[in-house]
Ligand binder design. Structure first.
Ligand code: PHE
Length: 357
């Protein structure tokens, strides 16, 4: 019996496949297996012999059974390990370097601006690019005769003959989104509205389509101080510098009162822009406290609520931040330009992960 035991235990230990284990099981304890045959012989024994051999045989059978089971499990574990080793994948590896498309600087900067304002609690709002002249002008306190209508070089849509309604316009700024958001959401509000705007103009720094981002905060206790803080935080985060100096220059917009144009301190030494130092000032946006008439046009009670608004050129701040000299190149779809100025598709700008790298 000891020989039988040693033989099978060592055969089981040496098995390398589940099929071998099954063969061994049949050989040892299958119907005609060696151990089973021995058990059958018990019948021919004397009661004394049987009393001695019976339990031993049963114990041997149990031992072989559990040795088989243990080995089977060990083989399965080893197979799984082997498979895991083969299928192993390091998800922490950086993705393959950019191969095809890149993110356009306008999209990149829009994402950056959105990330910064989202951190200050501003949601993103949108409006149509083909706008009624009421939203683009009247509701913003720009009546029909106002010079701002002419100044903006507005594109008008065509009306059929005899159609007396005022034509729609391609929005000349993102400010109509202020009106739409106030009408739809009521106060309080904290939004930015990035998007395309249109004016008939074309040179190094003007294209007939360009991009703005509007900001609007309406609440019960809002002042120019809030505007100033928000803009300072924005400029520091956007240009990725610790300190900036802003200059609020008195200005005029029909839809804000008071109004201010905002400049940032900068230097152009050696032909490259440095924000936060130097003796130059660079205008980056228009802003002010929302005019009571604008609140009224949007069904918000100006005796109860007030707020600030600003409008900034996305293309302009993209040119400044990334040293892009000619605005027109943004829209040429030149692959060499896109490869040079584009951003890797998987580098999503976040405040924590970094905006531009
Ligand atoms: N809409 C203005 C423009 O296009 C910018 C602006 C927005 C100014 C909001 C003040 C407040 O020039």
């Amino acid at each position: 019996m000891d020989d039988l035991r040693d033989k099978y235990i060592s055969l089981i230990a040496g098995a390398t496949a589940e099929a071998t284990l099954e063969d061994l099981r049949v050989q040892a304890i299958g119907k005609k297996g060696e151990i089973s045959l021995k058990m059958r012989e018990l019948g021919k024994m004397t009661p004394e012999q049987r009393q001695e051999a019976g339990p031993k045989l049963n114990a041997l059978k149990d031992e072989i059974t559990s040795a088989l089971a243990a080995k089977k499990e060990a083989l399965a574990d080893a197979a799984l390990d082997e498979r895991l080793r083969g299928e192993w994948l390091d998800v922490t590896l950086p993705v393959r370097a950019r191969r095809q498309g890149t993110i356009h600087p306008i999209s990149q900067v829009t994402e950056e601006v959105t990330a910064i304002f989202a951190d200050m609690g501003f949601a993103v709002a949108e409006g149509p690019q083909v706008e009624s002249d009421w939203y683009n002008f009247d509701a913003l306190n720009i009546p029909g005769h106002h010079p701002a209508r002419a100044e903006m070089d507005t594109f008008y849509t065509h009306r059929g003959e005899g159609d007396e309604r005022p034509p729609h316009v391609l929005r000349t700024h993102t400010s109509p989104v202020q009106i739409r958001t106030m009408q739809e959401q009521g106060a309080p509000i904290r939004i930015i509205a990035p998007g395309r705007v249109y004016r008939a103009d074309y040179d190094m720094t003007h294209t007939p389509m360009f991009h703005q981002v509007e900001g609007l905060a309406i609440d019960k206790d809002i002042s120019m101080a809030n505007l100033k803080w928000v803009l300072e935080e924005f400029v520091k985060a956007f240009f990725e510098v610790d300190d900036v100096e802003l200059r609020f220059r008195a200005s005029h917009f029909p839809f804000t009162e008071p109004s201010a144009e905002v400049d940032i301190r900068c230097s152009w030494e050696g032909g490259t822009l440095k924000v936060g130092e130097g003796d130059d000032w660079l205008e980056i946006l228009g802003s002010g406290m929302v005019h009571p008439k604008v609140l009224e046009a949007s069904n918000i009670d100006p005796t109860e609520w007030q707020g600030f608004a600003f409008g900034m050129g996305i293309d302009r701040i993209a040119m400044l931040k990334y040293g892009i000299p000619d605005l027109r190149a943004f829209f040429d779809s030149d692959l060499r330009w896109l490869r040079h100025y584009g951003f890797a598709a998987l580098d999503v700008p976040t405040l924590r992960g970094g905006l531009s790298r």
